[in-house]
Design a binder for this molecule. Structure first.
Ligand code: ZN
Length: 290
């Protein structure tokens, strides 16, 4: 799915954090990055468990941030940052229609590392949502990591799926799902996995609907997705499955899963895409059917 080059995407509030922070802890950065890839929250919710609190200085990250200048679909097609900004616009539009009293999260597009209220964000950890500040953090360099280390092509629609997934966590936050289903450990039937699979489902529901959205001048924001792009998005969901990631280290342990298997993630994304938001109650499903 690509943006209509003439579409007006100027109504966004994407920010680039103005300051980066040193990553917490010792050891080689390469080792840390590998550990983060294997154990970190790929499309996760918060980083505090990963780095033990980290180097937090959220005020600086936000006070010095700058707003990205993205105006047209053409820019969203050629510039990763603007693609994220375009996605933000379409996500806010969609969710404002589906959640009463919707309030948007803040999207931060950063490069390298940046400090957040949930710890230090880096591209090796992947995009994530930080509930206390209602912030979505994405470093587009992560898409390159997906290509190189997770056998995913991470094309345009796959990137939109990933942003849509993080928005799903924001929806879970503002609608009370996170509070209703607190962390109860890991494993394929845990609340954490159900939270992640629901976010995948939300992303699918959004993507199925988003092709119809129009800009203020009546132009479609997006061109309809192709079969190849849909396959690519499903491939991204496969690539970030816990079992697929664990296979890379040679040991698959379902009891340690935090996000769900490749099959689960693909299945719930497809469920949302085909059947809409009404099919996304992952908490109503018995564990064996997740
Ligand atoms: Zn997630």
């Amino acid at each position: 799915m690509t943006f209509n080059p003439d579409a007006d995407i100027s109504g966004h509030r994407t920010r680039r954090p103005g300051r980066t922070a040193a990553i917490a802890g010792g050891g080689g950065i390469g080792i840390l990055a590998i550990v983060a890839l294997l154990a970190g929250p790929l499309f996760g919710i918060d980083l505090s468990g990963l780095i033990g609190g980290g180097t937090q200085d959220p005020s600086s990250a936000q006070s010095e941030s700058t707003v990205l200048a993205c105006d047209t679909g053409q820019q969203a097609n050629t510039d990763d940052d603007c693609r994220m900004a375009g996605a933000q616009l379409l996500l806010d539009d969609y969710w404002a229609q589906h959640v009463e009293g919707y309030t948007p999260p803040q999207l931060y597009v950063f490069q390298g590392q940046t400090s957040t209220q949930c710890g230090t964000a880096s591209n090796s950890v992947g995009p994530f949502y930080c509930p206390p500040e209602q912030g979505v953090y994405i470093d587009p360099d992560f898409f390159q990591i997906m290509r190189e280390q997770f056998d995913a092509s991470a094309g345009e629609l796959a990137q939109l799926y990933i942003v849509g997934h993080e928005w799903g966590h924001h929806i879970q936050n503002i609608t009370g799902v996170m509070d209703a289903y607190p962390n109860n450990g890991t494993g394929p039937e845990s609340n954490g996995v159900r939270i992640e699979l629901q976010a995948d489902c939300y992303a699918g529901a959004w993507l199925a609907d988003v092709a119809e959205l129009k800009d203020p001048d009546g132009r479609n924001y997006l061109e309809p997705p192709t079969e190849a792009q849909l396959t690519d998005a499903l491939n991204a969901a496969m690539a970030v499955g816990d079992d697929h990631i664990q296979e890379q280290s040679g040991f698959v342990n379902p009891e340690s899963w935090t996000h769900g298997s490749s099959d689960q993630r693909q299945g719930w994304f497809a469920s949302g895409y085909q059947n809409g938001l009404g099919s996304c109650d992952t908490f109503a499903v018995e564990g064996s059917r997740l």
